[in-house]
Design a binder for this molecule. Structure first.
Ligand SMILES: [Zn+2]
Length: 435
């Protein structure tokens, strides 16, 4: 059963923590993999201090005569002058007579320069930290906010807080076009996802990728299924019908505290003290919060503009235009004529122009007419290309099955289009003729 495998993987990760938490000086040989199965050694782990060189750190252990040979061996893999402050350096001693026999310098979490002392001097090799790959299956109900639900999920208790944050960030990124996590998530919404990750022996995650995810928001299920036909890590996400989860516009141009004013045709203006329409959305946010372009386009205005204060206007395809107002400042390099991509940072929240507090005033226009950015039906990204459809249906059904194996899960109802494609594919397979 896959669930059991996932549980075993978590147990394995926990075991990884145990290995790494041995106190310095405790012999580890014998419990590690073959590559490390050296004669009994004892260890001392030091950390490179600020402004300290490798030579200075090792001075006590290695005399000046030998240092040259050691640094020469080290520089076959990295520059001794470029070791970062805080780098972990492990001295390995023979247990019987406490002779220094090696030095490990952890260049990155994934690479260690292993220096060994032999009869004539020092030798070195680059050792890659071994990793294993597992898949996490996680599901639950949202009681307060998604962040709490995922961070508190017992299936993830062996993950570091940082890794759990990465998971939430990935979920946020694949659903950013469908669901505004800060505004639309409700108590009682449910989620389930399958996440593949690479794990180091100490239990930390090297990389991770969301394979499939479902978010049921107020009774409506949203899906994001990874499709990576070339297997090069450059895949993207689609719903069950093979439609892209991407939209031409992001739902929101920033991370905000709350929406302070909605789009309306009539409201009382606190500064002008008159009733006037509000043709945009106000997002209250801290001064300096990044503001992103919601879609690809070209900057057509950047600068002071009366009541808008520092503002940016971007022209997009299909007659769309967006405006970002009251900015404290602009991102350097953003000028009239600049090409921007969806999600690029263009400026920072402020309160220039007519504004009572720090907020972003965001407008969307089409053909010169104002639209409500929160209710406009936005054009979608490209669907799965027709030549990849057969592979897509195969991959999609495997990944949907991942979600159905999560404890307490209901089966996922495929839409008529997907079922039709599945049947079509099975017929072809039974025919045996097509590849
Ligand atoms: Zn406004």
């Amino acid at each position: 059963m896959v669930n059991q495998n996932a549980r075993l993987a978590l147990v394995a990760a926990a075991a990884g923590f145990l290995v790494s938490s041995c106190a310095p000086g405790v012999p580890e040989a014998g419990r590690l993999q073959a590559i490390y199965a050296l004669p009994s050694e004892s260890f001392e782990t030091l950390s490179l201090g600020r402004g300290q060189t490798l030579g200075e750190l090792l001075y006590r252990a290695i005399g000046a005569n030998e240092q040259e040979s050691l640094l020469l061996a080290f520089s076959q893999h990295a520059s001794p002058r470029r070791i970062r402050q805080g780098t972990e350096i492990t001295l390995r001693y023979t247990r019987d007579n406490h002779q220094l026999r090696g030095v490990d310098v952890a260049l990155t979490p994934d690479e260690t320069v292993r220096l060994s002392r032999d009869l004539v001097g020092w030798d070195s090799k680059l050792v890659e930290t071994p990793i294993y790959i597992d898949t996490l299956f996680v599901g639950g109900e949202i009681e307060t906010v998604l962040w709490n639900a995922v961070v508190g999920n017992s299936a993830l208790q062996n993950l570091t807080l940082e890794d759990r944050n990465t998971l939430i960030d990935r979920l946020d990124r694949v659903f950013q076009w469908q669901v505004d996590f800060s505004r639309q998530i409700r108590v009682g919404d449910t989620y389930r996802f399958a996440f593949e990750r690479e794990v180091r022996p100490d239990g930390s995650m090297r990389s991770g990728q969301l394979l499939a995810a479902e978010l049921v928001n107020r009774g409506t299920p949203f899906y994001a299924i990874l499709f990576d036909p070339n297997g090069d890590g450059e895949g993207s996400y689609f719903d069950l019908e093979g439609e892209s989860v991407r939209r031409a516009f992001l739902l929101r141009p920033l991370t905000y505290r709350r929406i302070s004013s909605l789009f309306t045709n009539s409201r009382y203006h606190p500064i002008l003290k008159t009733w006037r329409s509000h043709r945009g959305v106000d997002y209250a946010a801290n001064a300096g919060t990044d503001v992103m372009a919601t879609s690809d386009g070209v900057v057509i205005h950047r600068g002071l503009d009366g009541a808008y204060g520092n503002s940016i206007e971007i022209r997009h395809s299909n007659g769309f235009m967006t405006r970002y107002a009251h900015l404290r400042g602009f991102r350097s390099g953003i000028a009239v004529g600049s090409r921007v991509r969806q999600g690029d940072i263009i400026g920072y929240v402020g309160m220039t122009g007519l504004a009572t507090g720090n907020h972003l005033h965001y407008e969307m226009l089409r053909g010169g007419r104002h639209m409500d950015p929160l209710s406009v039906d936005l054009p979608a990204g490209d669907p799965v290309p027709s030549e990849d459809r057969v592979q897509w249906v195969q991959d999609m059904s495997v990944r949907v099955a991942f979600l159905e194996r999560i404890p307490g899960s209901d089966p996922i109802r495929l839409t008529a289009t997907s079922v039709e494609q599945l049947n079509e594919e099975q017929k072809q397979a039974q025919g045996g003729g097509s590849p």
